[in-house]
Design a protein around this ligand. Structure first.
Ligand code: 9D3
Length: 256
């Protein structure tokens, strides 16, 4: 996978892409990330990348010519890439979108700034507009980093077995159970007894129940997409959680 990131703030990307799993994935050649300064493609004397909106109004709009030249250049190096614009108007990015991107040869990501980009660039080049959530950022750079991070860890070979993507929270639609490590007693707060018991069935059951309780409390929207085995349903019935799950599913229409 090759990511091409087009931005007027290339410095934004230096340290986040040079640490941890992404750094290793780049070093091992499993992903390539190239950051391009859109300003390098601005032809006028002042290297302007923005201008006032036709029709008037607040703020500035990113000019089409430098963006078009930057996209064409990125396409030359990443010919089979899909072109994504990070924008508050986009479709919400989620784990299934990340998994789809992990199968692609390349992504060209345009980071918007100011009030956005000239619509003709979207019409001509952009395959997909993506938002990372319902909050206001100052530009698309952090959103692009979120996409690189979420997609990179799904590329085969990037994660070791120990943190394999297959048991992620969102692969089961359940939140992770609480976790503890040494010491057993931290300033009087102790670790749940069952985790010290060595009884692996009891531990698995405790963790499953804790995951479900947490998901019901914090993310009831995920419950509709969770699927339980017959044995799990029996456990949830014994814990008095199954009726709660059916109630949540009924309310949300049982989708997922
Ligand atoms: C309505 C006036 N504008 C803000 C004062 C709208 C606006 C323009 C540009 C709001 C935010 C931005 C910059 N944000 C992004 O480029 C962005 C973003 C976001 O803000 N939230 C979630 N995902 C994304 S992806 C790109």
């Amino acid at each position: 996978m090759r990511f091409d990131i087009l931005t007027i703030f290339p410095e934004f990307f230096s340290s986040p892409l040079d640490e941890g799993i992404i750094r290793r994935a780049r070093q091992d050649g499993m992903v390539e990330v190239a950051v391009t300064n859109i300003r390098d493609f601005a032809l006028d004397r002042h290297a302007m990348t923005d201008d006032r909106p036709f029709g008037g109004g607040e703020g500035m709009v990113m000019k089409p010519e430098p963006l078009a030249a930057a996209i064409e250049s990125a396409r030359g190096k990443n010919p089979r890439a899909r072109v994504v614009l990070l924008s508050p108007q986009g479709k919400k990015f989620d784990q299934s979108e990340a998994a789809g991107f992990a199968d692609l040869d390349g992504l060209i990501m345009i980071c918007g700034r100011y009030e956005g980009i000239d619509e003709r660039i979207i019409d001509r080049y952009v395959d997909l507009e993506l938002s990372i959530g319902d909050y206001v950022l100052t530009g698309g750079e952090l959103a692009a980093l979120v996409v690189v991070d979420a997609v990179t860890r799904l590329i085969p070979g990037v994660l070791g077995c120990s943190d394999s993507a297959s048991c992620d929270t969102f692969s089961r639609n359940l939140l992770k159970h609480p976790q503890y490590t040494r010491p057993r007693d931290f300033e009087g707060d102790t670790v749940p007894e069952v985790l010290l018991s060595g009884d692996h069935d009891a531990i698995a059951r405790w963790r499953f129940i804790a995951s479900v309780r947490r998901t019901i409390a914090r993310r009831p929207d995920l419950i509709s997409g969770a699927r339980f085995s017959g044995a799990e349903i029996k456990i949830l019935q014994a814990e008095g959680l199954w009726s709660e799950i059916e109630r949540i599913r009924g309310k949300s229409g049982g989708g997922g």
